[in-house]
Write a protein that binds this ligand. Structure first.
Ligand SMILES: [Fe+2]
Length: 410
């Protein structure tokens, strides 16, 4: 076996206390809300609340639970979002939280929970300031109704937030902020447009591949990651091409959950370290940033974890058992890029975000590089980049995938 068994010290695997899978699982949100609270704060974006909000609130209230509602969650949620939602939580005397949405809403919900039971501001709990596991008290009960597939945030101890005062993303990571209940109803992902099916699907795939090759990977999380990758390779192109295919939507819901279990316990690595500052710079969705970066990091990494990347390449169908380990590993980046191409990922740059000219981008590379290092994620990478190597990777992303006349865009 190539992956280390957890024999060298104890490893923790966190998980929601309960996870409900399947079509119509959302109908149980009221029952679970009533088990955990008397007045719940419902946290959502306006867009998602417009689609699913009335039904979810009605189900909760029918179970005898009062609701307070916060619907201003942004796609890249901010410190301000957390503070506003927390103010509603306190004003309305809430004792539990229901998030409705994907990672953005879940991360705001977790962060509101941190403020509900702990002192100080959410920024103070960022890993860059306080380190990992710095939240002293458990958050109140949190029921995450997931509507994407996805960030996997409903199963992790992580929240990603944007500090608008410095235009940087930061993460809060604590076992004390894992949701109590996760509701994974694939029917809710039917409303995801193709673009966000692509973004969230590649995000999930990136979680799996990064967890699989992370220096923190071990046998338990490798199992989740392998299964998540295999399901994504098969189901993501189908779910993207036909969003009404409920089997493919279900497969992606399971894949993203398992990918969440994988990275939530073995960490993401360099791709996410780079994607946060790149996303902030270009104002592009997180999953799109991941998909832009992923092939280059896989290429950069493959020689450092050849057996793992060979397995990835075989899963992606760009190598088989007749290929040697190193040869197969070298093909992994091509396989990853192929998956992105199948769902036209890079084409979404035409409609999302703004690519600056090369000079402006190059000016931003040193700060993006610093932000990537500061996130701590590159420390989990199988190959540790030097500053020069990381800067070169950012430049490569621009020249090969971002520039309007670049290879991947033309
Ligand atoms: Fe992610």
């Amino acid at each position: 076996m190539s992956e280390p068994a957890p024999t060298h010290g104890t490893r923790t695997v966190v998980s929601p206390a309960k996870t409900l899978f399947g079509v119509d699982a959302v109908e149980q949100v009221g029952e679970y809300a009533s088990r955990h609270g008397e007045t719940v704060l419902v946290v959502a974006s306006e867009e998602i609340f417009d689609i699913h909000g009335d039904g979810v609130v009605e189900t909760i209230e029918r179970a005898g639970v009062e609701t307070a509602i916060y619907t201003d969650v942004r796609p890249d949620p901010t410190v301000e979002n957390v503070e506003e939602a927390h103010a509603v939580y306190e004003q309305e005397g809430c004792d539990a939280i229901v998030t409705l949405g994907g990672g953005s809403s879940i991360d705001v919900g977790k962060s509101v929970g941190v403020l509900a039971t702990n002192e100080g501001t959410i920024r103070e709990y960022g890993v860059d300031k306080a380190g990992y596991e710095a939240v002293p008290e458990p958050i109140p009960p949190l029921i995450a109704v997931n509507t994407t597939a996805g960030t996997g945030s409903e199963t992790t101890r992580t929240a990603v937030l944007t500090d608008e005062s410095t235009s940087t993303k930061f993460i809060v990571v604590s076992e004390n902020m894992v949701p109590t209940v996760a509701i994974e109803d694939p029917e809710l992902t039917r409303s995801l447009p193709k673009s966000h099916t692509a973004f969230t699907g590649i995000d999930a795939f990136t979680h799996a591949i990064e967890a699989f090759t992370s220096v923190k990977s071990f046998s338990v999380t490798d199992g989740y990651a392998r299964d998540a990758m295999a399901r994504t390779v098969d189901a993501l192109p189908v779910a993207w091409a036909n969003g009404d295919n409920i089997e493919a939507r279900t497969e992606m819901m399971i894949a993203q959950f398992k990918a969440g279990k994988a990275f939530g316990n073995s960490s993401v690595a360099l791709v996410h370290g780079m994607a946060r500052p790149l996303g902030a710079q270009l104002h592009i969705p997180h999953g799109l940033a991941n998909g832009l970066i992923l092939p280059y990091v896989v290429e950069f990494n493959h020689a450092a974890a050849p057996e793992k990347y060979a397995e990835v390449a075989r899963l992606l169908g760009v190598a088989d058992e007749s290929d040697g380990t190193r040869q197969a590993a070298a093909a992994a980046s091509e396989g990853v890029e192929g998956l992105c191409e199948e769902i036209s990922l890079v084409d979404y740059l035409d409609d999302f975000g703004e690519v600056p000219d090369r000079e402006t981008y190059l000016d931003a590379v040193p700060k993006m590089t610093q932000d990537a290092f500061d996130s701590g994620s590159p420390d989990n990478n199988p190959r540790k980049p030097t500053r020069e190597e990381l800067e070169a990777l950012f430049v490569r992303v621009y020249d090969d995938a971002l520039a309007p006349d670049s290879r991947r865009r033309s």
